[in-house]
Design a protein around this ligand. Structure first.
Ligand SMILES: Cc1cc2nc3c(=O)[nH]c(=O)nc-3n(C[C@H](O)[C@H](O)[C@H](O)COP(=O)(O)O)c2cc1C
Length: 362
């Protein structure tokens, strides 16, 4: 029924500016207008970082930057929700328009620039949420004199409510942010972030997993050094990845010229190859979150086989609506049935070598 309503609403949403359409979507979800999923089959369950995920499929950062719609996201059948990116102080982001649809490509380009209501507002909402696995994606204010300090503040602020943290150093829309991926800067940043966690643990709090989200645009030579720093620092997981600056595979040349990060279908191949390369470098020692262009069961399964333990999506939801969540979980179950898996996690990395060997642009 609501699925039909969504199908009817699609042309309306499509006629609106993408950001207005998103705001309308958030308001409907806040009002509780969304399909409700049945409980998950136990073959989809995953125990990661000591957290019990009922399924491995979550919403990527950026959809619910300010933690407004977590009950709806979880109620629609996703296994976890990542909020943010949040920065210590509220900020408006870049001038509009700053989100563009590429309909023929099932893609978006955005240059939002971490528009968000700041730590305090999101924390207030999170404290009122029912339980569920909530990742908090932390970033830095555009005008922060010390970017790393903003991340540490995020860890401190959300420590009691976060299921895990995602340190976002890969958004292309905050000047200087991706420079934090340079090995020396990354090592310094992680040292400070992990010291923030140690402080909380010394005060008797549980250890929270810390994941780092990287760009899908890192050159192979740099990737090895970056992964070495992440593993050297004992990071708990790696998310691959954020939006890309590449326009490979984009057919809409006019919109493709907009600056910003590209997400959706054209990102799928690149991000899956990168995921497999990270899996090969980490030898499966930490869980990876596979993100980028998941818009079907086939795409979700490919991410698992390339090395993902957890999955996230955003753009697929924009183009296909919430029905996609159930379709993807059904495909995962069919796959588990076919391959005789007792847990879907047994598929992680089974085709990593083949994926890692592919060119990034193909
Ligand atoms: C409009 C929009 C806003 C986003 N904002 C964030 C963000 O604040 N922080 C972040 O880490 N990623 C952000 N992302 C990136 C997504 O989390 C995800 O990594 C990327 O879109 C690739 O997944 P997809 O192809 O399924 O959309 C954003 C993506 C979009 C489309």
């Amino acid at each position: 029924m609501l699925e039909t309503a969504f199908a009817l609403a699609r042309p309306l949403l499509n006629a609106l500016d993408p950001e207005q359409a998103h705001e309308l979507t958030l308001r409907s979800l806040e009002a509780g207008i969304h399909p409700r999923a049945a409980p998950d089959d136990s073959r989809l369950a995953a125990n990661v970082w000591g957290l019990a995920f009922t399924n491995p499929f979550g919403i990527a950062a950026g959809f619910d930057k300010d933690a407004r719609v977590i009950p709806a996201v979880l109620g629609m059948g996703l296994g976890f929700a990542e909020i943010g990116t949040v920065t210590p102080r509220p900020q408006p982001g870049n001038p509009r328009p700053r989100v563009f649809r590429l309909n023929a490509d099932g893609a978006l380009i955005n240059r939002l620039g971490f528009n968000n209501g700041g730590h305090a507002a999101a924390l207030g909402r999170l404290k009122r949420q029912p339980r569920g696995i909530i990742g908090v994606n932390v970033g830095a204010n555009k005008d922060a004199p010390d970017l790393a300090a903003d991340y540490v503040e995020g860890i401190r602020c959300f420590y009691d409510v976060a299921g895990y943290f995602c340190v976002n150093i890969s958004s292309p829309n905050t000047p200087g942010l991706r420079d934090l991926q340079a090995p020396a800067a990354l090592d310094n940043l992680l040292g400070r972030v992990l010291a923030g966690r140690s402080e909380a643990m010394a005060a008797g709090k549980p250890g929270r997993p810390i994941v780092v989200k990287i760009a899908p645009d890192i050159a192979q030579a740099d990737l090895e050094a970056i992964v070495a720093v992440l593993m050297g620092r004992g990071i708990d997981g790696i998310a691959i990845g954020n939006t890309t600056l590449s326009r490979f595979g984009v057919s809409d040349a006019a919109v493709g010229r907009q600056s910003g990060g590209l997400s959706g279908r054209p990102l799928f191949h690149r991000s899956t190859v990168m995921l497999a390369r990270v899996y090969r470098l980490t030898q499966g020692r930490v869980p990876l979150i596979g993100i980028g262009g998941i818009d079907s069961g086939v795409a979700a399964i490919a991410k698992l086989e390339a090395g993902a333990t957890l999955l996230q999506f955003y753009t697929g939801l924009v183009f296909q609506g919430p029905g996609l969540i159930g379709r993807i979980k059904r495909s995962l179950l069919d796959y588990a049935e076919r391959e005789k898996l007792t847990r879907i996690g047994e598929a992680t990395g089974v085709r990593a070598e083949a994926w890692a060997a592919r060119p990034l642009e193909a």
